[in-house]
Design a protein around this ligand. Structure first.
Ligand SMILES: Nc1ncnc2c1ncn2[C@@H]1O[C@H](COP(=O)(O)OP(=O)(O)OP(=O)(O)O)[C@@H](O)[C@H]1O
Ligand SMILES: [Mg+2]
Length: 285
């Protein structure tokens, strides 16, 4: 495992009794039943805190909507999370409201984000990459089986627990076919542009192959230490340890035309595993 370098997400102390205002001022509001301990991260729409739930006593993570952001979208995020139950998806425990706005309570995953374990120009070993891709792939299969698309898969939204658990989080852009209030067109969250499939970036209809594109982008970045460009450049150029068959699988998954990609996440993950396994050195007798 490449060692953690720096945590690129903001971490700051917070008054133990409440939430700091979005502008960082000290007008704190309490969340009954919880003691906030520290800010873990902050995005465009929300901030996430580590907190202690008083009953049952346990550590949790609380995501608090930034004032002015869409409450409707935040409710949808919590509903979609509640529809999922998978070892590699962060579990939600509840949803609540304060006078300042809504919050959702989820499992706290001690550790870091996958982003913090990646360094530009420092490829990951093939076997560790395959382990991460398999875990995220099984989570995405489950998500797709519930008719949900994540649509914001990127290293910042993959948590890497202290004991090696891998969990997808952040369903802020997720969509479901069963949601009547799903936006007709997708907007992209800031910072997602490198992982979003071309059809997603252009606001065209999306299907599970958009998440497949994002997972392949993440796999390529892990294996090479850099993002794939618009035109595919062999991953073997940056990392000769990448088996040629695995390079072919990535090339197909990163096709700009989704009809040229593998059809499902399962197909992609199976192809990745096969390509990596076939290449392993035969064991000496
Ligand atoms: N359940 C959790 N356990 C531990 N840390 C978490 C958890 N959820 C989120 N985090 C940390 O908080 C950061 C931000 O979380 P998340 O991605 O859900 O919010 P966001 O990016 O602010 O959301 P949005 O994109 O909706 O504005 C993550 O990158 C991670 O470091
Ligand atoms: Mg996020």
């Amino acid at each position: 495992m490449p060692s953690a370098t720096k945590n690129d997400e903001s971490t700051s102390a917070v008054n133990g009794a409440g939430i700091g205002a979005a502008n960082g001022a000290t007008d704190l509001i309490p969340i009954p039943g919880f003691r906030l301990l520290e800010k873990l991260g902050e995005g465009a729409a929300a901030a996430v805190y580590r907190a202690m739930q008083q009953s049952p006593l346990r550590e949790v993570a609380i995501k608090v909507l930034t004032p002015g952001q869409s409450v409707c979208a935040f409710r949808r995020e919590s509903r979609l999370m509640a529809a999922l139950a998978h070892a590699h998806v962060v579990a939600i425990h509840g949803f609540g409201e304060t006078p300042r706005g809504p919050y959702l309570v989820m499992d706290y995953i001690g550790g870091t984000s996958l982003r913090s374990l990646m360094e530009p120009g420092r490829p990951w070993p093939v076997d560790q990459t395959v382990r991460v891709v398999s875990a995220i792939g099984s989570a995405l299969s489950h998500i797709h089986a519930q008719d949900i698309l994540h649509l914001d898969l990127k290293p910042e939204n993959v948590l890497y627990g202290a004991n090696g658990q891998i969990k997808i989080t952040d369903f802020g852009l997720a969509q479901s076919r069963i949601e009547a209030d799903a936006p007709a067109e997708l907007g992209l969250a800031q910072g997602t542009v490198h992982y979003g499939a071309p059809e997603q970036r252009y606001g065209l209809p999306v299907d599970p192959r958009a998440d497949l594109f994002a997972l392949a982008t993440l796999a390529y970045e892990l294996l090479t230490g850099r993002l794939p460009g618009r035109v595919y450049v062999s991953a073997r150029r940056a990392n000769p340890a990448v088996p040629p068959a695995l390079d072919d699988v990535l090339r197909q998954a990163l096709a700009r035309d989704r009809d040229e990609r593998q059809s499902t996440i399962e197909e992609f993950v199976a192809a990745v595993r096969r390509a990596a396994d076939d290449h392993q050195e035969p064991r000496c007798c």
